[in-house]
Design a protein around this ligand. Structure first.
Ligand SMILES: *Cc1c(COP(=O)(O)O)cnc(C)c1O
Length: 366
């Protein structure tokens, strides 16, 4: 059945109704399970490969992404697992030069040590020839700069060169875009951010419709063991029910905040792909189903960012993004290659007027 986003999010991955049972069964905590002494292992034998709470979460995310899903302990576990399943010595991997910092660090360290050559490409392009490239990883919108690329166009060029196309869908979430429908072979993502959205769970996943690759990834995960625990899987599944509602408010808040910031002479480089004069606007609005609640901008110096955060009562100083609470992160404090005054602001679900009043007062005081 094709449904709207909220219907899909609320019902995703739930079992058939059983009188006397909860809508979403509670977490199953098990390392080993009872075995049938005669027939041996069935669906559940041991907790590393098998857990029903995790399978329900995977079914939920799979419904939203439109593919089979494997959950991992974190986004990094999913992304590095995907890369190490496919890449071999001598391969070249194309990665976003402006994408998630830890993925680039992994490529520059572990992948290079294994004899894999990283080719860094800015998300906004221009894209090089993919001749000789084994895997193309895209991140769109890119975190934290918010550039966007045309997934279908890059996937067509990459496929023509025989490369596998993987899209990091963390920032958009599957309600923001469905890369598998746009030509990608694989989605990787952190569920830690807007997908679960309560700033209390680490989660990652891989989604694909390639059965052979899914089997190899399943072996990878069983053998390396980076699985989420049952309680985290359950919390994540419970949180996904409100994804559409949370994103709707976050997007509305980001639209208002981006307007406010862009009108201020003391704020520079405001980026939000939903603003008509943003460089990402044409591709983002053509490709995405909704624009995420993240706005980036520059306050000129680390001191001014600190003053702004101290003066604000609603904006929490914190990394990560996509949660219920509005947060701001000065990325350079993590050793990221952004400017000292660069801020990634993640709009929460507070009332828009409250947020605008708080931001205005805090910037005036900073
Ligand atoms: C946070 C993030 C990751 C890593 O996810 P974790 O759950 O923190 O391991 C990967 N990619 C992007 C785009 C992210 O924002």
């Amino acid at each position: 059945m094709s449904t709207g986003d909220s219907t899909a999010a609320v019902h995703a991955g739930l079992p058939e109704p059983v009188p006397g049972q909860p809508f979403l069964p509670g977490p199953v905590f098990a390392a080993p399970y009872h075995l049938d002494p005669v027939t041996g292992p069935g669906e559940n034998g041991y907790g590393r490969p098998d857990n029903p709470t995790r399978r329900a979460l995977e079914a939920a995310i799979g419904r939203l992404e439109g593919g089979a899903v494997l959950a991992f302990a974190s986004g990094q576990a999913a992304i590095t697992g995907m890369l190490l399943t496919v890449l071999r010595p001598g391969d070249t991997v194309a990665l976003p030069s402006d994408g998630y910092f830890t993925v680039r660090a992994f490529a520059d360290g572990t992948l290079r040590d294994l004899g894999v050559k990283p080719l860094l490409v800015p998300t906004a392009g221009p894209y090089p020839s993919f001749a000789g490239v084994r895997l193309v990883l895209l991140e769109t919108p890119a975190n934290p700069g918010l550039d966007v690329c045309d997934i279908r166009a890059v996937a067509d060029a990459a496929h023509a060169a025989g490369a596998l196309v993987v899209v990091d869908n963390t920032t958009a979430t599957p309600l923001g875009q469905r890369p598998l429908e746009l030509g990608a072979d694989v989605v990787v993502a952190s569920g830690t951010k807007a997908l679960t959205g309560h700033s209390d769970t680490l989660l990652g996943y891989v989604a694909t419709n390639d059965a052979d690759l899914l089997a190899r990834l399943t072996s990878w995960r069983s053998q390396t063991g980076g699985v989420p625990g049952a309680f985290d899987a359950w919390l994540a599944h419970r949180s996904i029910g409100t994804l559409d509602l949370r994103l709707a408010r976050q997007t509305a808040n980001a639209a208002a905040v981006a307007e406010l910031l862009a009108a201020r002479p003391d704020v520079h480089g405001v980026r939000w792909p939903g603003r008509p004069d943003d460089p990402s606007y044409p591709v983002a609005t053509a490709q995405m189903r909704r624009i995420p609640g993240i706005v980036s901008f520059d306050l000129g110096s680390a001191e001014r960012v600190a003053g702004f955060l101290q003066a604000s009562t609603l904006v929490f100083a914190a990394t990560s993004f996509g949660g219920l609470h509005t947060t701001a992160d000065r990325r350079a404090q993590w050793g990221d290659d952004t400017a000292p005054g660069f801020v990634r602001l993640s709009c929460g679900i507070e009332d828009t007027d409250d947020l605008l009043a708080d931001l205005t007062a805090a910037l005036d005081r900073a």
